[in-house]
Design a protein. Structure first.
Length: 142
């Protein structure tokens, strides 16, 4: 079972990874509508991340830095993309894949949450809704 701070930490980590992933592929996008969608998604992740960070600090805690495993996964993805720049379809596929993994983890973490803070619950739901919207937004680019 997850506490407020644990769920907020997960939300923050997820949004940081999402932003990092977007940064890694956006420079390869030569399709303006795709680039616009990625910018919008990055901004949404930023808003959620900022809200999670604020709630963590309100609880007298310091936000944890992005885990080494998360950093390594993102770095490996960036390295692979550097050698083989992805097409618009491949970028959409990668984003859908990342968001699908995020949806699964978000559902699991949301169900494990034991707290009663509606703001935390609402932020968790907002992340899940954002990930689902991101998937739908990327489908036309496949």
């Amino acid at each position: 079972m997850l506490t407020d701070t644990e769920l907020l930490g997960y939300i923050r980590e997820t949004t940081l990874m999402g932003r990092s992933g977007i940064d890694a592929v956006m420079k390869h996008s030569f399709c303006q509508p795709l680039t616009d969608a990625l910018r919008q998604q990055r901004a949404e992740y930023g808003e959620i991340c900022d809200a999670a960070t604020k709630m963590i600090t309100e609880r007298g805690r310091q936000p944890e830095p992005l885990s080494m495993g998360a950093k390594m996964g993102t770095a490996m993805s960036r390295a692979m993309n550097a050698f083989n720049p992805p097409s618009t379809s491949k970028i959409a596929e990668m984003m859908i894949s990342g968001n699908t993994k995020g949806v699964i983890k978000s559902i699991q973490h949301h169900r494990q949450y034991m707290g009663r803070d509606e703001r935390v619950t609402d932020l968790s739901k907002k992340l899940l809704e954002t990930e689902n919207r991101n998937i739908e937004q990327m489908k036309p680019f496949l």
